[in-house]
Design a protein. Structure first.
Length: 403
């Protein structure tokens, strides 16, 4: 089987996902094209060599609709022979794009791919595409559907994470992200977004709140308490599925949950042969990929079983992993991961995560692979695992080895 290598990874800064966010003026297709052209220019690519461009995007309506990846290829002025594929595995879409590309290379389905994702949450609001999971009565009742925030609070309740626990985790994420920016950890991967006149709009993650502390977070109201407790009340739905839970403890809020932001990312993936041909130096090898379904009511536990699966399938132990990127959809998610695998927080999201920098849904999965790659370069460590929880009860994971 052909090995798949990461040759480069770039991302935009993450802009606040509101109308006053710095990236709000940028269309989704242009933001995706920005990432494509950054990866092209940095590597002097002949885009006719690229077998396919695979991009994740969750809310695929309006300007993010149709086949956004192909639209981005054309917008970027790439060779017309380069096709595009738009995929959606909710929060893992960007990771699944990378994993699909890697497995195409490994299976002989082409030598060079670009994979990544985009989500302009200030322009195309989350959940504006609808979807049966939340609104079809048969499906929603059968799966004990509840909004993700209520599911996150259920995780905190079942596994014993207090309001102080989730707030302390969030404060640390902010500190780590701020320090990473100060130390230049992202300098090699983040490109500046410019307007049509070439003037820089944004060159840093603008969502970070380095001044966040336990006092400021403690003043915030739990975001999902009302929807959990107000009749008919999603807490009652959760207690039907988990009768051992007497009361859901609502601990999550805007300060310890992932931020709504805009952003895009692209990763260049290929075989050794194409790298030699094009004079590219690999930065990492994609060792393994995995995906799994998990219980859909509690929904966000997927990183645990998918990590167990990817390790078992590849004859590995948790101790074989040096660095973990566990998407911070809500603070309870990485806390559960660390509790279950007994891994130290020092090696989990060492440069902060989505609580501090934001979670551009379709791009985040590829972004955390890029973050793992940056950390391997920075630390000199060998092996990293990136994983996400996924709406509807799923998990995805990727293991990379430094070259």
């Amino acid at each position: 089987m052909t090995e798949a290598y990461i040759y480069d990874a770039v991302r935009s800064p993450r802009g606040k996902g509101k109308k006053d966010g710095s990236l709000h003026e940028v269309t989704s297709v242009r933001m995706a094209a920005n990432a494509l052209n950054e990866i092209r220019d940095r590597n002097n690519l002949d885009t006719a060599e690229v077998e396919d461009v695979i991009m994740g995007c969750v809310t695929g309506v309006a300007e993010q609709g149709a086949c956004l990846a192909r639209s981005a290829v054309l917008y970027a002025g790439w060779d017309e022979s380069t096709p595009g594929l738009h995929i959606n595995r909710f929060c893992a879409s960007g990771m699944e794009a990378v994993n699909l590309a890697a497995n195409q290379v490994r299976g002989g389905g082409g030598d060079l791919y670009v994979a990544g994702g985009v989500e302009m949450m200030s322009r195309v609001p989350m959940a504006s595409d609808g979807g049966a999971l939340a609104i079809d009565p048969y499906l929603a009742m059968g799966s004990y559907f509840a909004p993700q925030g209520v599911s996150a609070d259920l995780i905190a309740t079942k596994y014993g994470f207090s309001r102080d626990d989730v707030d302390a985790y969030a404060v640390e994420s902010q500190k780590r992200a701020a320090k990473a920016w100060e130390d230049g950890v992202f300098a090699n991967s983040v490109f500046a977004v410019k307007d049509q006149n070439g003037i820089t709009i944004l060159d840093h993650d603008e969502f970070i709140r380095p001044g966040a502390d336990m006092q400021s977070l403690g003043a915030l109201k739990a975001s999902f308490k009302d929807m959990g407790e107000t009749m008919p009340g999603f807490d009652n739905v959760m207690k039907l599925r988990y009768p051992e839970v007497e009361k859901v403890n609502h601990v999550h809020h805007a300060g310890n949950s992932s931020g709504i932001v805009d952003g895009s990312t692209a990763i260049l993936i290929g075989s050794k042969e194409i790298g030699d041909k094009l004079g590219l130096k690999p930065r990492a090898r994609i060792k393994a990929t995995a995906k799994i379904g998990s219980e859909p009511a509690i929904m966000l536990t997927g990183p645990v079983p998918v990590t167990e699966k990817i390790l078992k399938d590849n004859g590995m132990q948790i101790g074989d992993i040096d660095v973990f990127e566990v998407n911070e959809a809500f603070a309870a998610v990485p806390l559960l991961f660390m509790q279950h695998f007994d891994v130290d927080h020092s090696v989990v999201n060492p440069n902060g995560g989505s609580i501090a920098m934001g979670h551009p849904l379709g791009a985040t999965g590829a972004m955390i692979i890029g973050a793992a790659l940056d950390e391997l370069d920075r630390s000199g460590k060998e092996t990293a695992l990136a994983t996400l929880c996924v709406a509807g009860g799923m998990g995805a994971a990727t293991i990379i080895d430094k070259v």
